[in-house]
Design a protein around this ligand. Structure first.
Ligand code: HEM
Length: 360
């Protein structure tokens, strides 16, 4: 029935076409950063913008979102092992860049270079929603809440939306000269990597309709397994565009490793539960530190041993290092899964639907 299927396609309805408060809330949440970003851009470039400046500069908490995502340029991430960032004094104070709870961007101000800042904000949200989409299946499994899988498509499409906005802002920043954009993508490796990731996301996005899932059958699953290489490319793009401090990309990489670890544990037939989640969180922490250390070793002159050492220290001034933050997020994930499982279906066997290839 075309009318019924159009109802199902609405993001706030479940597969049966009923209104879902959870889906509605998540849908609204996916829009908030876009609305704040649009307001910030309007303030920067709209009629109210200061003549000749074209930007708003009012501070406050906001679009960068809570926790992860700190675009600070030139803040040395580590307490002592890293040399001062570039020595140019453009960065923030030499306090380091905490993996969690970095300074929040302001909701209505994009700073001196509005497009650059907006590109960063949209890119941050693209990767966050991508990881959120990847977290849905393990959460549904570990919380024994198969219905959560219904959020996966929405979060994946949100990632695509922010990635396209990210590209759109970049095009705007290049004065809408498509030839210049193409030239930049062809000549800069980090942009080419992001471009391939975006193409992959587009392929997943256009094949995420119910009709495409039915039509493609097994090929759909194979295609959508590409979300992993796509995420890896998006993370690589993130690492590569950073000038000095890879704290935030390292945390995102750590979260991805944690989510992959959960999937691997299920593959290896460990029973999904708190204990397994905590073990995976413990293992993901050194893996995150290793990724960070390898990056510094490959891309800078920083001694990787000192990066690893920094991940072992707890410093209230510096905040959490990526490995510590990954572990903390893993523990939070375990707590959330336990709470959801306890409130709902504790003791019931996990539905086979949770984490199967089916889309809601
Ligand atoms: C054609 C595709 C893409 C282009 C042209 C592009 C371009 C850019 C540019 C210009 C920057 C800022 C670099 C700088 O300031 O030096 C950036 C950063 C970033 N991009 Fe992309 N990108 C693309 C695809 C993607 C995709 C697919 C994702 C994620 C799914 C992504 C996530 C990010 C992130 C997370 C950042 C860093 C944001 C921050 O530091 O706060 N990008 N990208």
């Amino acid at each position: 029935m075309p009318f019924a299927s159009s109802l199902i396609a609405l993001p706030w309805r479940d597969r049966a076409g009923r209104f879902s408060p959870l889906k509605a809330a998540v849908f609204a949440a996916t829009l908030i950063p876009a609305v704040l970003l649009a307001i910030a851009l309007l303030r920067a470039f709209g009629p109210a913008a200061a003549p000749g400046l074209g930007q708003g500069v009012i501070g406050g908490p906001g679009i960068g979102g809570p926790g992860i995502g700190d675009p600070g340029i030139g803040c040395p991430a580590l307490p002592s092992p890293l040399p001062p960032a570039g020595g140019a004094g453009i960065g923030g104070p030499a306090l380091g860049n905490s993996a969690l709870g970095g300074p929040l961007e302001s909701p209505f101000g994009l700073g001196a270079r509005p497009y650059t800042e907006a590109i960063h904000v949209a890119g941050d949200w693209a990767i966050r929603f991508l990881l959120a989409a990847l977290a849905v299946t393990p959460l549904a499994r570990f919380a024994r809440r198969p219905k959560l899988v219904g959020l996966r498509r929405m979060l994946g499409l949100a990632a695509l939306f922010y990635a396209l906005a990210h590209l759109g802002l970049y095009v705007a920043d290049q004065s809408f000269s498509l030839s210049r954009v193409a030239g930049e993508i062809a000549s800069r490796v980090y942009l080419a990597v992001g471009f391939v990731a975006l193409l992959g996301l587009c392929a997943l996005g256009v094949t995420s309709t119910d009709a495409a899932i039915r039509r493609m059958g097994r090929a759909w699953r194979r295609l959508h397994a590409l979300v992993h290489p796509i995420t890896a490319l998006a993370l690589l793009h993130y690492f590569m565009q950073v000038k000095v401090d890879v704290t935030t990309p390292a945390l995102h990489a750590g979260l991805y490793l944690f989510l992959v670890g959960l999937r691997l544990a299920v593959r290896l037939r460990f029973s999904p539960g708190i204990l397994v989640t905590l073990v995976v969180a413990v293992l993901a922490a050194p893996a995150t530190a290793a990724v960070e250390a390898v990056w510094y070793a490959a891309a800078t002159a920083v001694d990787p041993a000192r990066v690893l050492e920094a991940n072992l220290m707890l410093d209230p001034v510096l905040g959490l290092r990526p490995a510590q933050a990954t572990f903390a997020c893993g523990v939070a994930f375990a707590g959330l899964a336990a709470a959801l499982s306890w409130r709902g279906t504790a003791g019931r066997p996990a539905s086979r639907d949770a984490g199967s290839g089916r889309r809601a």
